[in-house]
Design a protein around this ligand. Structure first.
Ligand SMILES: Nc1nc2c(ncn2[C@@H]2O[C@H](COP(=O)(O)OP(=O)(O)OP(=O)(O)O)[C@@H](O)[C@H]2O)c(=O)[nH]1
Ligand SMILES: [Mg+2]
Length: 223
């Protein structure tokens, strides 16, 4: 994803401003099962758009939330090195994030800290969940508690892409949360940007009002 993504039509992210479009990203170490989870959720009903130059696959899915049809784009990257940063455009305009680790490999759980930190640098407030994948390989892990999610106040799911346990529930919950977030964004940066725009607008209005009154904006106040 190191190239200029702005020039690729599939990667035009303006569409995520439209009410009925949401973007959900998936993060986690290589081979934790990110792609298999999406494939399991979408089953026959998916048409992945492979953008191999960017090691990126977009899965499109139409969900019904309330009475509305919502187009969900799931963004999935492949073969990320453990501590390699993602391209900022991966996070851009994302409405929710699914953070995945492999219950069979402790290191993938430890690395959640790094993934989560990077996510929050770009998207401080979007809904996020933690997904413990591959529980089919050892059901005993479901007795264990994984504190990362509690510590950060994130919902936690034990899932298996192989046998489908909890996969549909997790994706449905996340789609719903992405749509809710989109309708009521609480993202601090979104709010700051909005404030700045409003501030700029007010300033312009004040300036033009002042000019109409025959005053320059910079004029000192006179008694
Ligand atoms: N037993 C078991 N194996 C799984 C499960 N999910 C994925 N796998 C296996 O784990 C391997 C990696 O799965 P992928 O979905 O390709 O992993 P990924 O996270 O997309 O990996 P990258 O694309 O390299 O980032 C594959 O061999 C899968 O068959 C699962 O729920 N249970
Ligand atoms: Mg993959």
């Amino acid at each position: 994803m190191a190239n200029d993504v702005g020039s690729i039509p599939e990667l035009d992210q303006q569409k995520y401003d439209a009410e009925e479009q949401v973007k959900i990203i998936c993060l986690g170490d290589s081979a934790v099962g990110k792609s298999k989870l999406m494939e399991r959720f979408l089953m026959d009903d998916y048409c992945p758009q492979q953008l191999s130059t960017f090691a990126l696959t977009l899965y499109k899915y139409t969900a019904t939330v309330g009475n509305k049809a919502v187009v969900v784009d799931f963004w999935d990257t492949a073969g990320q090195e453990r501590f390699q940063s993602m391209h900022p455009s991966y996070y851009h305009k994302a409405h929710a994030c699914i953070l995945v680790f492999d219950v069979q490999r402790k290191i993938t759980y430890k690395n959640l800290v790094t993934w989560y930190k990077e996510l929050r640098e770009y998207r401080p407030e979007i809904p996020c969940c933690v997904v413990a994948n591959k529980i089919d390989a050892d059901m005993k892990v479901t007795q264990r508690s994984f504190n990362f999610s509690k510590k950060h106040g994130l919902p936690f799911y034990f899932v298996s892409a192989a046998d489908g346990t909890n996969v549909v529930k997790m994706f449905r919950d996340m789609i719903k949360r992405a749509v809710d977030y989109k309708q009521n964004p609480s993202d601090f940066m979104d709010e700051v940007m909005q404030e700045l725009e409003n501030f700029d607008l007010h300033k312009k209005e004040e300036n033009s009002e002042a000019e109409e009154d025959g005053l320059k904006a910079e004029s000192p106040e006179l008694d």
